[in-house]
Design a binder for this molecule. Sequence first.
Ligand code: WT7
Length: 649
Amino acid sequence: MSQKTYNILKDAKSRALIDDETYQKWYKQSIKDPEKFWGKHGKRIDWFKPYTKVKNTSFTGKVAIKWFEDGLTNVSYNCIDRHLDKRGDQVAIIWEGDNPYDDKKITYRELYDQVCRLANVMKSNGVKKGDRVTIYMPMIPEAAYAMLACTRIGAIHSIVFGGFSPDALAGRIVDCESTFVITADEGLRGGKKVPLKHNTDLAIEIAQRNDVTVKNVLVVQRTAGKVEWFADRDIWYHEAVAAAKPDCKPAKMKAEDPLFILYTSGSTGKPKGVLHTTGGYLVYASMTHEYVFDYHEGDIYWCTADVGWVTGHSYIVYGPLANGATTLMFEGVPNYPSPSRFWDVVDKHQVNIFYTAPTAIRALMGAGDDHVTKTSRKSLRTLGSVGEPINPEAWEWYYNVVGGKKCPIVDTWWQTETGGILITPLPGATKLKPGSATRPFFGVQPQLVDNDGDVLAGTTEGNLCITDSWPGQMRTVYGDHERFIQTYFSTYKGKYFTGDGCRRDEDGYYWITGRVDDVINVSGHRMGTAEVESALVSHDAVSEAAVVGYPHDVKGQGIYCYITLMEGQEGDDTLRKALVAHVRHEIGPIASPDKIQFSPGLPKTRSGKIMRRILRKIAEDEFSALGDTSTLADPGVVDDLIANRQNKK
Ligand code: WT7
C-alpha cells in the first residue's frame, strides 16, 4: 500500500518539546526500567508525602494495579493551589457559551475560590471522603468546579453525559449508590434546551424504586427555565456557594484512593463503572497532555469534548489544569450558529492547540471549505483527533484546510479504561501517516495477538493487547472486580485486551481498525449493541432484536436494528418512529437507531445463537460474501433479510 508520510519535523509550526531521538531513548528507558522512569516523572505532580514505591502491578491472578502507592496527594491541590503563587491571575478556564456572545474567563485564583466554596457546600451537606457524587451537567464552568470540589474532599465523582435519558442516569446513580447529585436547571446546545433538572427528578424516582435515596440535588441556574422544586431535597447552587466559606483544605489522599467512576459500554450487560484512582491517573493525564499536544507555558488549549466522556475528564480538566494551562470549555455544537463556529472560536480566543473528533471533522468537511478558509486560524499549532479511526480523507482535509499544512495532527488512540492517551504521534518527533495513531507513548507496550492468543511479530494484523501496566490504567470495575478480570484479562491471559483490532506496518506504526467485539462507535460515542437490543425488546411490539454497526459517512458507524415483532404487530414507518423514540427514551438521543429492518426471523445456529457476522454483512450491503451459512437453523431467513435490507447502496 502506497502511503504518504508527513515529515512535520521539517514543515510544521511545532515547537517540539522532544525530537525523535529523545522519543526513542525515553521509550526504551520507560520499558527497560519502568520503576526508574515513572519514579522520575511521578514527581511532575506535588505530593504531600512522597512515594517510595513506584510500581506494583500484576495482570494475572486477582489483577492488582498500584502506582505510587505510599504517596499522599490531592488532585484539586495539583490543579489549582500549586499554581496560585506563579499564576493566580492567569486564566485557567475560558468558557465559550452556546451563544457566541456568551463567554467568560476564570483565573486560577477565581477557580480556587469557586472550588473551595463548593467543596464546603458539599461537606456541610454531609458529603464525605469516599462518597459517590453524580454530576449531570451542561458544559459550564460549574461542571469543572464540581469535579474539582469532589477531588478536594475525596468524594468520588461519577459524571453522566447530559444527553443520557432519566433511565440511563438512574441506572448509574443506583449502581454506585450515589446520594448527592449536581445538575443544572437546563442545558443549552445549538439553541435547544435540555431538561436536566426534570430528567434528574425522574431519575431519582426510579432510583428510589431501586432502594437508592438521593438526599440532595444541587442545581445550577443556567437558563432560569421553570423547574419543579423539592424543598427538602433541592438546593440552589448560587445561593449555597455565595454563603459558603472561600477556603477549604484539600484532603490528603492516598495515591490509590478512588478519584472517579465513569460508566462505559462493553459487549455484554449493563455499562461498567470504570474506576480511576488518584496519583497515577493525574501523573499520566498531565504528562500525556504536555508531550502529546506539545503544550508550552502560555498556550491556549481547546478540547471540544464533553466532560461526560473520559476525554473531557483527562484533557479538558485534569491534564491541562495540572499543567497550569488555559483550557477552553465549549458549551455548544460545531455547526451552531454556523459551520464556522469552531474556527471563529479559535480566532476569538487565539487557540494554539485544538483537539476534536473525526465525526466533527467529517461533518464540517461536508459543509464546505469556505466556512474554514474565511477564518484566520493563524494561532493554531497542534491539531488532535480522538474517539474513532480517522479516515485518510478527513485527515488530509484537517491537515491541509484547517491546519494550512503547518500543524501536525496527533491521532490519539486510547479508551475510557486507559485514562489517557496510549498510542499517538508526538509533534516534532513522529513522522505522520494519515489514519495511523503511529507509536506507543512512554511506558506503553502494545502487542498484537491472533484469536488463539499467539503473539504476532513484525508487519501484521491482529487483536490489540497491552502487556504491562501504565499509571493511568483503570483499577477495577466499581463494585465488581471479577467483571474487571473477566472483561480485560481473561481473553488473553496476563494481558490487557483492548477490544480493538489493529495493524502494524513496516515502520512499526499502529493502525487501529476498529472494535472486534460487539461494541460500536457512533460519532465517537461508544455503545454496546446489547444495550440497544435490550432497549428495543422492552417495547411491547418487539419480540426479538439484533443490533449491529454499519459504515456511516459522518458518524463513522450507524446503528442498524433487525427486529422480529410480536404476533399481530405490523412493521411500518409509524412503528419505526415509535421504536426510535423508545430507544431515545430508554438510553438517550445518541443511541437513536439509523436503520430498522423488520424480519420474520433472525439467522440463528441450531443451538439458537444469532449469527451476527451475517447481519453485519447485510447491514453493510455486502451480502455476496456471507460466508458459510450451512450451520443456520433456517437458511431461508437470509433471503428475506437480503430482499428487505434497509441500506441499499
Ligand atoms: C474506543 C474507546 C479515547 C477517548 C474517547 C473514546 C476507539 C478511540 C481512537 C483513535 C481509532 C479510536 C477505539 C477504542 N478509538 N480513539 N485515535 N483511532 N480508534 O473513548 O468511549 O472509551 O472508546 O474508541 O475503538 O477502543 P471510549
